[in-house]
Design a protein around this ligand. Structure first.
Ligand code: ADP
Length: 492
């Protein structure tokens, strides 16, 4: 009897493979980092072969180290960095350009050049997203425009497009299966999230031939089987979801109103809105949370560009801490109202501001402000940005009643206390913080029948620690008003 579910978590800086038991417990994992390429200012690329080989090696290593064979694995779930764009030749298998990573801004001018208000509104109406370089469509267009002969080849049906999930699936299945899932499709700017189909008008807008696009499946589905030479036997691939959606699923946020925030390099707050695709009037994104048996659940999402990355900046550029985790003990030495504010707009501001030209500041310094206050302010900026998202959600008529958190930063209990203080709600950290991988293990397990229902999955979710608000309304309001003043100074 197969015993384990295998999650492939292909992230922006590393690839991981994690085994889960049929009880949803984490069993073992392997991880490998890979290089980032910055060919020009604002450009970010990955070598497609790095993505593929780190995934294959981590899976093979994990199976070997645990003396498991393909027949011990019930099924594979794939979760991935979203929006990152690859185009390859369907006959030779060769990519025609490096993977253009979600952070890449090279197509900003192209996106800005589409300035017709009606078109921009139509894009929001159909996709739930804003017309921005962040998403895949303008990146595909860039590749077809800049790689010699690419457009003609695409029109002749020789090229395939995929986000990272699709690219991995195609290779894992021996170049057989060209598919994606509804969550990844919903981040391309080409998918109509209401009608659940690729949209001809949007394909026209970005000059992309439809025949390049993968088939869109449910998140738990029959995606294909692995080529037997890879793992000495076939393993079915039973689930796919973009990383933030997978985390929402791994946090068992299955009911309307349930929310999670992943605090990693950036931070992503996602709130399940059930069967309604709620349209934000406050510059949050509408996205597909998951699609199961053809039934769609939607979510509202707010993305913060700099969360843990601000702590990396303290470590690598300012060099005032040795390790990210040192920030916790240092922050404990400060009072929350030390007066220093960092607005971490190093690469502009994400939701709800979407201001690419804003740049970071440290303000409120007085003669007695020092290293400790700057470190504390860096952590606090993560909570203030979460508050910005909470307020945008409230203006959209949504209320956060509880926040489940995950990601590398959530080791920091001081931060979670302050998030709870600022949002004025309970914050819960689960026992398994690798919720992204857990989410696709849950999905693969649902498809395989390992788990009978989402109710069963809800019962598996366990809280490790809960954080409750401690500061007064008055203090919260005072702090947040100061933050807003600091933000207003960096905006264009
Ligand atoms: P990602 O998946 O986006 O690569 P992770 O979820 O692995 O990121 O989280 C890593 C980030 O969290 C890094 O930016 C790091 O600076 C930050 N981080 C890790 N531990 C701590 C900590 N104890 N306190 C504050 N920040 C932390």
């Amino acid at each position: 009897m197969p015993k384990y579910l295998l999650s492939i978590d292909q992230g922006t800086t590393s690839s991981r493979a994690i085994l889960f038991t049929t009880q949803g417990e984490r069993y073992a994992s392997a991880q490998e980092e890979f290089p980032q390429y910055f060919p020009q200012d604002g450009w970010v690329e990955h070598q497609p072969n790095d993505i593929l080989q780190t995934v294959l090696r981590t899976c093979q290593k994990l199976l070997a180290e645990n003396q498991l064979s393909a027949s011990d694995i019930i099924g594979i779930g794939i979760t991935n960095q979203r929006e990152t764009t690859l185009v390859w030749d369907k006959y030779t298998g060769n990519v025609i350009y490096n993977a253009i990573v979600w952070q890449d801004r090279r197509t900003s001018d192209f996106c800005d050049s589409i300035d017709c208000v009606q078109i921009r509104k139509k894009v929001i109406d159909k996709t739930g997203l804003i017309l921005d370089a962040y998403f895949s469509a303008s990146k595909i267009n860039w590749i077809l425009t800049h790689v010699q002969g690419a457009r003609a080849k695409a029109e002749a049906g020789h090229l395939l497009f995929g986000t990272v999930d699709t690219f991995l699936l195609w290779h894992l299945t021996g170049q057989k299966s060209h598919k994606t899932d509804a969550t990844n499709a919903s981040r391309t700017l080409l998918f109509n999230i209401h009608q659940q189909c690729w949209d001809d008008e949007l394909l026209n807008l970005f000059s992309i031939p439809k025949n390049m696009l993968p088939e869109v499946m449910d998140c738990a589905d029959e995606f294909g089987v692995t080529q037997s030479s890879l793992f000495n036997g076939e393993i079915p691939i039973l689930a796919m979801a973009g990383d933030q959606q997978a985390a929402l699923f791994g946090q068992a946020c299955f009911e309307e109103g349930m929310a999670k925030c992943t605090y990693g390099t950036g931070a992503f707050l996602m709130l399940n809105t059930g069967s309604k695709a709620l349209k934000s009037t406050n510059r949050l994104l509408t996205t597909i949370a998951y699609r199961l048996n053809g039934k769609v659940s939607y979510a509202i999402e707010g993305s913060i560009f700099m969360a843990g990355a601000t702590i990396q900046w303290l470590r690598d550029e300012l060099q005032i801490i040795d390790k990210a985790c040192d920030s916790e003990d240092i922050a404990k030495k400060t009072t929350v109202e030390h007066g220093v504010f960092i607005v971490p707009a190093f690469t502009g501001l994400g939701a709800p501001y979407w201001d690419p030209n804003a740049r970071a500041t440290i303000s409120g310094l007085s003669r007695d402000s020092g290293r400790n206050e700057i470190i504390s302010a860096a952590l606090q900026s993560v909570a203030f940005q979460s508050k910005d998202l909470q307020i945008a959600m409230e203006k959209d008529g949504l209320r956060l009643s509880l926040l489940k958190v995950d990601g590398g930063m959530t080791e920091n209990s001081w931060l979670l206390n302050f998030v709870s203080d600022m949002l004025s709600i309970t914050v819960k950290r689960p026992e398994i913080v690798e919720t992204t991988a857990l989410g696709v293990a849950y999905l693969a397990g649902l498809q395989a029948g390992t788990f009978s229902s989402m109710d069963e999955l809800s019962m598996l979710w366990r809280c490790e620690k809960s954080f409750s608000p401690e500061i007064s309304d008055e203090q919260r309001n005072r702090l947040y008003a100061q933050w807003q003043r600091a933000v207003s100074k960096v905006q264009n």
